[in-house]
Write a protein that binds this ligand. Structure first.
Ligand code: PMP
Length: 328
């Protein structure tokens, strides 16, 4: 018999898939790392299980404990699967801009979900960061992983996603592109790849309304850069400890609309039924490849973080797309 003892053992070893039809005008080979193939359908499974196992080893998370986290949904799903495997309870705080599907999915796997307002400052008592922190103080035997500053986050990618991309591309990768939220994905993978190939270029994808690009270019945390935007999972109004700006060569901002339209193209033209930030990352990757005249010798890997089911009511809903002005 060949079986796993728990679904969490299926995390990782996701496929690398060539993009064939959305790459007009691009000479480089563009390969997509398809992270929705993880059991929780996102890249965040990898760091969720790692944060829990590291906390267990450090004695911070004890039997019967409650895991409390502020999440845009995907980390919650990874934590919930790990919690089921290991017998913990979960409470998640989400900003109300996150899709309804994400909240339903988290409830389906047994988590308690608290919905918090999106348009408040991170230090406001009602923000999803603050509510998670407060619950952690109030509930005995609870653990607050804090994915933004918990360094198990980038280490998970340094030890799994990075080596997978290196091996699958036979070391031929020249450019790595990924969206940046907590920064764990970009930092872990880029650090691993640059240790093997220092000339590799890493492009971080940012949103309009987020602080990363300006901070990289000027070293200034500019509050004027912060305003609300719709793309889920990337861009921040804080500087998480998991973002190492030294392993990101440049940032590129992509609009909500360009990301959304490319997401639909990936589903229709590549058969990749992905989430919004995947379209955002691919749009930015192709723009970079065109503007920098990448050649046939270049191999660009772009990471696709999550699955399209989480956006059925938004990106894959024509009426919603029209109401946003994203399609005619
Ligand atoms: N895309 C989606 C849909 C996400 O949920 C996240 C996690 N916030 C990211 C991209 C960014 O990944 P990271 O937090 O590792 O920077």
């Amino acid at each position: 018999m060949t079986y796993l003892n728990h679904i969490t053992e299926a995390i990782g070893n996701t496929p690398l898939v060539k993009l064939n039809n959305v790459t007009d005008g691009v000479k480089a080979t563009i390969l997509a790392k398809v992270e929705y193939m993880n059991p929780g359908n996102s890249v965040k499974d990898r760091m969720a299980i790692r944060m829990i196992e590291d906390a267990e080893k450090a004695g911070i998370l004890k039997p019967g404990g409650t895991i409390i986290e502020g999440t845009s949904g995907n980390t919650g799903m990874g934590l919930a699967l790990a919690a089921i495997a290991k017998g913990y309870k979960c409470i998640f705080t989400l900003a109300d801009k996150q899709s309804k599907e994400k909240m339903d999915i988290l409830r389906a796997v047994g988590a308690e979900v608290r919905v918090c307002p999106t348009n408040v400052a991170p230090d406001h008592p009602d923000s999803y960061y603050s509510v998670a922190k407060r619950l952690n103080e109030e509930i005995p035997n609870s653990f607050y992983p804090n994915q933004y500053d918990n360094l198990s986050n980038w280490r998970a990618h340094y030890e799994s996603t990075g080596p997978e991309i290196w091996e699958q591309s036979a070391g031929k990768i020249t450019h790595f592109v990924t969206g940046v939220g907590t920064g764990g994905t970009v930092t872990g993978i880029s650090r691993y790849l640059k240790e093997r190939k220092p000339e590799l270029i890493t492009v971080g994808i940012d949103t309009y309304g987020s602080v990363f690009k300006k901070y990289k270019e000027t070293g200034i945390f500019d509050e004027n850069e912060i305003y609300s935007y719709a793309t889920e999972g990337i861009g921040e109004d804080i500087l998480p400890k998991n973002v190492d700006f030294d392993v990101i060569d440049t940032f590129l901002k992509v609009t909500d609309k360009d990301g959304a339209v490319m997401t639909r193209r990936l589903a229709k033209e590549e058969g990749l039924f992905v989430g919004w930030s995947s379209g955002t990352a691919v749009y930015g990757a192709l723009e970079y490849a065109r503007e920098n005249n990448l050649t046939e010798q270049d191999v660009m890997v772009v990471l696709l973080p999550d699955h399209g089911t989480r956006y059925l009511g938004k990106i894959y809903n024509d009426e919603w797309m029209r109401a946003q002005g994203y399609i005619d």
